[in-house]
Design a protein around this ligand. Structure first.
Ligand SMILES: [Zn+2]
Length: 76
């Protein structure tokens, strides 16, 4: 996270990014898988309402997760 980027994207998006990073931190601290592509990470992002990375691999993992559990991508 950077001050410059945060100013460009606005407070709401910056807060979403912070929440996303806190999900990485929490899972890492608990010794759980915490990569953007890990199911545990995606599940926790959905649980707390954190955004998923726009990275191609992360988006593909998110779509697989949603299909696997029959979840509606619009609702997440
Ligand atoms: Zn991430």
């Amino acid at each position: 996270m950077s001050t410059t980027v945060n100013a460009e994207i606005g407070a709401a998006a910056a807060e979403g990014n912070l929440l996303h990073e806190l999900v990485h931190w929490r899972l890492n601290t608990l010794g759980l898988p915490f990569d953007d592509t890990d199911s545990e990470f995606i599940a926790e992002c959905i649980r707390v309402g954190a955004p998923i990375s726009q990275d191609r691999r992360a988006q593909a993992a998110y779509q697989r997760y949603m299909r696997r559990f029959g979840l509606n991508e619009e609702a997440a």
